[in-house]
Write a protein that binds this ligand. Structure first.
Ligand code: KIV
Length: 271
């Protein structure tokens, strides 16, 4: 007789419970089946199919060029891999800013065609109507404030945001608006730790940081940065857990050497 061990899935309610009980939320980006399977097996709480795929998967300088169809392709691959974690998918640039109907239609495509569990979009007050409309259709929404990469040409720099009082006050107000609009969580990117703490303490929904300090309710990193696949990106907030760029390069060098010297394949590696 086979014993079916039920896996308890992470939902938006789990994240809310974790915030209430002081358990930190772990989140990573993923864009493909194989990596998503490993992350899920390791016990990650949330996988974000980030529009950073535009940078790390497609090699673009910014997140702006990636399309909704491309995001759905990545999301389908991730959803096929997972058994436990929550999968959130970024609405890409140009798929929601027009109006709330466009935002809803893009969200529905992601939920329907990829089987995702929720969407993430960037912005505060200006996207609140869209957030309400998406949520009213039953789609969970994660917000994203501060350094929002889709607005990089407005900011002109990837520097730390909200150091000045005026921008910090706007952030606190926008975070409150997103909570009231019904977001189940908010990502805060690259702000002073003290401000991250203030926002996390003032909201009842989880606040997940990337460069927002230790006092928020969870952390997210781009998988290529966390695994050391990217080499030239070293912001202060990044902790590399592996050095895969060098490891993969070395393994590839060795493979090339073995092929050229006819060390590979050997007698036991052929039919
Ligand atoms: O697209 C992405 O990877 C993100 C994270 C940086 C939060 O939005």
């Amino acid at each position: 007789m086979s014993v079916h061990k039920e896996i308890k899935r992470v939902t938006t309610h789990t994240l809310q419970w974790m915030k209430q009980h002081g358990e930190k939320i772990s989140m990573l980006t993923a864009y493909d089946f194989s990596m998503a399977r490993i992350f899920d097996d390791a016990g990650i709480d949330v996988l974000l199919v980030g529009d950073s795929a535009s940078n790390v998967m497609a090699g673009h300088e910014t997140t702006l060029p990636i399309t909704l169809d491309q995001m759905i392709y990545h999301a389908q691959s991730v959803v096929r891999a997972i058994k436990r974690c929550l999968v959130v998918v970024d609405l890409p640039f140009g798929s929601y800013q027009g109006n709330s109907k466009e935002a809803l239609n893009s969200s529905i495509r992601i939920m329907k065609e990829a089987g995702a569990h929720g969407i993430k979009l960037e912005g505060g007050e200006e996207v609140a109507d869209s957030i309400r409309r998406i949520i009213s259709a039953g789609v969970p929404v994660m917000g994203h404030l501060c350094l929002t990469p889709q607005s990089i040409y407005k900011f002109g720099t990837y520097e730390v945001r909200a150091r000045e009082e005026e921008e910090a006050a706007r952030l606190i107000e926008n975070a409150r608006i997103l909570e009231q609009a019904g977001c189940f969580a908010i990502v805060l990117e690259k702000i002073p730790a003290a401000l991250g703490k203030q926002v996390a303490e003032s909201l009842s929904i989880p606040v997940i940081g990337i460069g927002a300090g230790m006092h928020v309710d969870g952390q997210v990193l781009v998988m290529h940065d966390m695994l050391g696949i990217t080499k030239d990106f070293s912001p202060r907030f990044l902790r590399r857990y592996l050095n895969l760029y060098d490891d993969i390069r070395e393994a590839t060098n060795k493979y090339i050497r073995d092929v050229k010297s006819m060390d590979f394949p050997n007698a036991s590696e052929q039919y």
